[in-house]
Design a protein around this ligand. Sequence first.
Ligand code: ADP
Ligand code: MG
Length: 347
Amino acid sequence: MNEEKRTEINELGEFGLIRHLTKKAKLSHQSSKLGIGDDAAVIQFKEGKQTVVTTDLLIEGIHFDLMYVPLRHLGYKSIIVNISDVYAMNATPTHVTVSIAISNRFSLEALDEMYEGIYLACDKYGVDLIGGDTCSSLRGLVISVTAVGEGNAEDIVRRGGAKEGDLLCVSGDLGGAYVGLQLLEREKSIFLENPEVKPDLENQTYIVGRQLKPEARKDVVELFSSLKILPTSMIDISDGLSSEILHLCNSSGMGCSLYEEKIPIADETYNMARKFNLDPVTCALSGGEDYELLFTISPGEYEKLENHPDISVIGHMTEKERGVILITKGNNIHPLVAQGWNSFRHN
Ligand code: ADP
Ligand code: MG
């Protein structure tokens, strides 16, 4: 018998798999300005304006657990995770399509609830729901959203433009969504053991909200526009700070020094991480799902953002040979490794 070679997907990991599957993809249209490898693709149909396109899948049991994720929040989040990728290109989201596969476990009322969340996010961020697809699934719920956005050609920001000496900045605070997930998972297991016990989430609205109802940083992109700042590179934080910094560095051909003491972590996140015996900094570095924007600016732009309460400068770009490093509070140096959130680890 002819023995066929079989390679396990886990040997490649998510990004290795994407690289493998997409290496034959060619851009043959003049309108294809940027293909695979960024938060969104860029196409240009008319002079001066560019269109960005991005898509994400959410799978029950991999990305969400309906034991503690209300459908309304899930609908909301499915829009947010996509338009966050549009903002990461410094563009404005305009349209979404939503495709769903549903098993017979879901009633009309349940789907109505999910769509309430979808419409709420569309309203809040000014995007039109323009299409999608609906079909049945054997098991569980699948949601696929595609988002389209627009920006001036000269304003579109990619992952690959960071220069040596640029400042590495992040919006908001990190690690909250991951710690929120740990809390929800703990309450779930307590509930499974003893359904009589009421979940104790009341005082943890911040971190639970970070996990269940994230927002996209529209305000940060608007801030860039009003302050006339054009970041040299940008990415949104879906997989954890480490993984995203490595993406910016790889795409830009740069190294980076990240300062542990500068990483913004909310008190609620810090305290709950400690209760779980987790290192809050590790939660920020590897947790993911914060949907904050990570970007670089040239040092000349520093004073425009210096006093902004919601933007932190956390490091600077260096020549590639210096590597991508974390400088700890105790002045130790560690190479940054990506243990980013990886849906493959669930398989
Ligand atoms: P993000 O975390 O910003 O959503 P991903 O890590 O999912 O980005 O994807 C990285 C890049 O790979 C993107 O340009 C995305 O469009 C592309 N990509 C991912 N999966 C596939 C696939 N199966 N076929 C083609 N391109 C893909
Ligand atoms: Mg992204």
